[in-house]
Write a protein that binds this ligand. Sequence first.
Ligand SMILES: NC(=O)c1ccc[n+]([C@@H]2O[C@H](COP(=O)([O-])OP(=O)(O)OC[C@H]3O[C@@H](n4cnc5c(N)ncnc54)[C@H](O)[C@@H]3O)[C@@H](O)[C@H]2O)c1
Length: 342
Amino acid sequence: MAKILITGAAGFIGYNLWEKLCIEHTVMGIDNLTDFSNPQMKLQRLSNFFSQQIQKEDSVEVTAEKGVFITADILDRVKLQSLFSLHTFDVVIHLAALTGIRPSIQHEEQYRKVNEQGFKNVVEIAEQHGVKKIIYASSSSVYGSCSDYPFTEGSDTNHPLNPYASTKKNNELFAEDFTQQHNITMIGLRFFTVYGPWTRPDMATFNFIRKVLNNEEITVFQHQQQSMVRDFTYVEDVCEAIARLVQQLCSAKQKSLGHSIYNIGGGEPVDIATYVAEIGKQTGRTVQVKKQQGGEGEMIKTFANCNKLFQHISFKPKVSIEEGLQKTIEWYNFAIKHDARK
Ligand SMILES: NC(=O)c1ccc[n+]([C@@H]2O[C@H](COP(=O)([O-])OP(=O)(O)OC[C@H]3O[C@@H](n4cnc5c(N)ncnc54)[C@H](O)[C@@H]3O)[C@@H](O)[C@H]2O)c1
């Protein structure tokens, strides 16, 4: 059993990961519950773990069977120092970030602060307090304008298309340098469009399901007549991969493995119109799709080669789009009843 800190624990992936890891490990989660995106959904997720009602304005520390949650901002170095002084962690999983591509174009400075300075704060302060193993969230967006499909970890990442992508690329560069200077292990995971229960309301999957169920028209963006294609990854697969990495890191004792990067993609890239049609099929609704030129700052296609991850932990994402969407729609119908969509 390891003691694990998850940053961004009230977020989509953080919450799902917490639920999985707390079965075998002691988990502490931090998040600043920023109202920059989906504040109500974060509180709703936490309310599944903690009976005490958490308000986003509060500075709270709550404990329950699943672990401890603390409101903390990764830009607050003093708070982080005190957290790491009071608690010893075997592994830190850093997921906290400002997410979403389009808002990063309008709020570049804020993204750089949280995603780059916040990342450095967590990594530096963790290391100063003896943490030797850090897993962090990178993104498929680092591949930017690369068209070398499927992307391998060695594909070109020098041409990000938006500020969000460039913050993720800068994290990878920082981690590369940091692990060379300090005797620690860092693993960067390039997630490819994660979807599933408790997904973010600002993400396409949530909006597509909402619109299909409300019989609303869906706009699908195209670049120069080309449909966008995404390598959707079911959240349970992402969490399983991280759980295996944690297990492996914990069995590696004190040996530093340096810095490694892995793709985590579903391996079944589909164009967006096909994805939307599958939602229509599963909900028994007629889908109205309008194709439009647009998608500023977005990649045309993402497609992951996950062989490196498979070689490392003998795991390949296995949930099909059909099965993943079925579970996500089931959750969505539950979430409407429990008003999780605010
Ligand atoms: N979901 C995806 O498809 C996807 C794809 C690629 C990469 N990622 C990365 O994975 C990680 C998790 O993504 P997610 O989809 O769960 O996003 P999310 O927005 O649901 O979760 C991020 C969490 O970080 C928290 N946060 C933001 N600023 C903070 C700060 N200053 N201090 C403390 N907490 C802060 C937010 O409140 C939020 O709960 C992110 O780093 C994201 O960039 C996600």
